[in-house]
Design a protein around this ligand. Structure first.
Ligand SMILES: Cc1cc2nc3c(=O)[nH]c(=O)nc-3n(C[C@H](O)[C@H](O)[C@H](O)COP(=O)(O)OP(=O)(O)OC[C@H]3O[C@@H](n4cnc5c(N)ncnc54)[C@H](O)[C@@H]3O)c2cc1C
Length: 477
């Protein structure tokens, strides 16, 4: 099924429980903290309907589905998946990290390695296969919740003996399913998605942490799931003042499971530490998710490079050689990621008959993207000077004749009107300096794991042997 934006919004009126600003909300679709982000996602669904040629595929059974549900078995299918993600990312200039193509890709990546689940448990493998069929048929939007709250990071969750359910774990199992209690630290898009896929990635200790070694999926309106939202950046944000925050605040929420029953047909891994690691590390979960991440990041960097150039032109500094160098550096960052994106699509590896990107390149992307983003922000800030602060306090000032007359005398640019200049500088600030921008900084640093983890993974994945052979070659000369 291909959903329209309207259908998506109707489906989202599901009575889920969200806590924000001291309020408990059960109808969030038109709430000022969430409504614009929801409509941005609805626009993505409508875009897909309007561009089915590049955003969908037809299954063997003749059903039309979104490309992110396809398990790529030819190079062409992999390329089509990548460019569909790129097209969607362009619609939000890369500002939605967890658009619907992200976690669906994680699920698809689990399916490409279904034999791992089969050798673990036929029942759990069947549950996964059936859930994938259900989620893809209904084109569900999934959030992904993997990480336990920080608590004391020197201990695993089971070591928090005074509060063993601060992290999500099993309370009991029965014939129907499992009862779970506790929190997952962050689920980006939990207010936008239909369901949440829950997994575990941080290391767990054998004979201590089994209760936390879980993987399952549940609708976000399930009784007992409490969505604790962080501050909303779109709440009260005027689109002129905050063009990005007001439209694309995808939200991050802590999820608290208050004794939630998860039926067995939704449980994919149960109390198995080794299988939890395998689900992330030995399937294509990360690999297919990272195609979306790479596409999104490339678009975001192109957007930021363009924004910096327009700002430099508006300020009349574009022809200074040093400014051109800064802009070229931004273009270089964007092209670096664009190159990685193309390389993972065009140099796939074959596994089980599926065409999948090279993991080393994806881990490389994760590391580079984390170190690159702070430099991108700093480069743009250096080009911006105080212009991003010499701005009227809000869009309301543009409506007041007395203030507007001062703005018109002072916001001079040789290529833009004063009001255009104000709008541009507000966009720049929302991209690099606002609270939403700061959250994006944190997102790019952490969404794929803390830097010590992404570096650790690259260390483990890199082909050191080939590298060392080069050393041996020189030594033998
Ligand atoms: C904006 C945003 C959105 C997110 N969205 C999601 C989401 O949708 N789903 C999801 O599952 N997760 C999400 N995350 C969480 C993300 O996965 C975690 O932030 C990430 O895995 C790092 O874990 P942590 O935040 O607990 O940091 P920690 O593990 O506590 O690490 C913080 C810092 O402590 C130090 N440190 C901790 N442990 C070690 C160690 N063993 N060795 C060396 N140094 C150490 C390092 O300096 C590290 O950078 C999101 C995070 C952000 C910031």
């Amino acid at each position: 099924m291909i959903r329209t934006g309207k259908q998506y919004m109707e489906d989202l009126r599901d009575g889920r429980t969200i806590f924000i600003n001291g309020e408990k909300i059960t109808d969030h679709v038109d709430h000022p903290a969430f409504r614009n982000a929801i409509r941005s996602v609805a626009n993505l669904y409508d875009y897909k309907i309007q561009h089915t040629d590049k955003m969908t595929f037809t299954t063997e059974a003749g059903e039309q589905m979104s490309l992110y549900w396809q398990l790529p078995s030819t190079p062409e299918q992999l390329i089509a998946r990548g460019y569909a993600a790129y097209e969607w990312a362009k619609q939000t200039v890369g500002w939605l990290g967890r658009s619907p193509d992200y976690t669906s890709s994680a699920l698809a990546g689990m399916l490409t390695h279904i034999e791992l689940f089969e050798s673990y448990s036929q029942e759990r493998a069947d549950a996964l296969r059936n859930y994938f069929a259900y989620a893809s048929k209904n084109d569900l939007y999934l959030a992904y919740a993997l990480i336990s709250p920080q608590g004391d990071r020197s201990k695993t969750p089971g070591g928090h003996d005074k509060n063993i359910y601060h992290a999500l774990g099993v309370v009991e199992k029965n014939a129907e399913g499992i009862i779970v209690r506790g929190a997952k630290m962050l689920a980006t898009g939990a207010v936008l998605a239909d369901e949440v896929l829950v997994g575990t990635t941080k290391p767990l200790k054998k004979d201590l942490d089994e209760r936390y070694a879980l993987s399952f999926a549940m609708p976000l309106n399930t009784k007992g799931i409490k969505i604790i939202s962080r501050r909303s950046y779109e709440f009260g944000a005027n689109p002129t003042d905050y063009p990005l925050s007001s439209r694309f605040d995808e939200n991050d929420s802590m999820l608290y499971f208050d004794d939630v029953l998860v039926p067995w047909e939704r449980v994919f891994v149960f109390e198995d530490i080794e299988m939890c690691s395998k689900q992330t590390e030995s399937t294509a979960t990360e690999i297919l998710m990272d195609i979306q991440s790479l596409a999104r990041y490339a678009v975001k960097l192109h957007f930021l490079a363009g924004l910096a150039q327009v700002m430099a032109e508006t300020n009349g500094v574009c022809e200074y050689p040093a400014v051109k160098e800064s802009l070229a550096q931004l273009a270089c960052y964007a092209m670096n990621i664009e190159g990685l994106f193309k390389s993972v699509l065009h140099c796939p590896k074959v596994h089980n008959g599926f065409c999948l990107p090279d993991k080393t390149m994806l881990y490389t992307y994760r590391v580079i993207s984390q170190s690159m983003y702070p430099n991108v922000l700093e480069t743009i800030r250096k080009l911006a000077g105080g212009g991003v602060l010499m701005l009227p306090s809000s869009a309301a000032d543009l409506e007041d004749d007395e203030i507007l007359s001062v703005i018109e005398k002072t916001q001079y640019s040789s290529i833009a009107s004063p009001v255009e200049r104000v709008r541009l500088m507000k966009l720049v600030w929302d991209a690099v300096g606002s609270e939403c921008a700061s959250r994006h900084h944190q997102y790019e640093l952490f969404y794929a794991g803390a830097p010590y983890q992404t570096l650790g993974r690259l260390y483990g994945q890199y082909d050191w042997e080939s590298s060392r052979e080069l050393v041996e070659r020189i030594k033998k000369l």
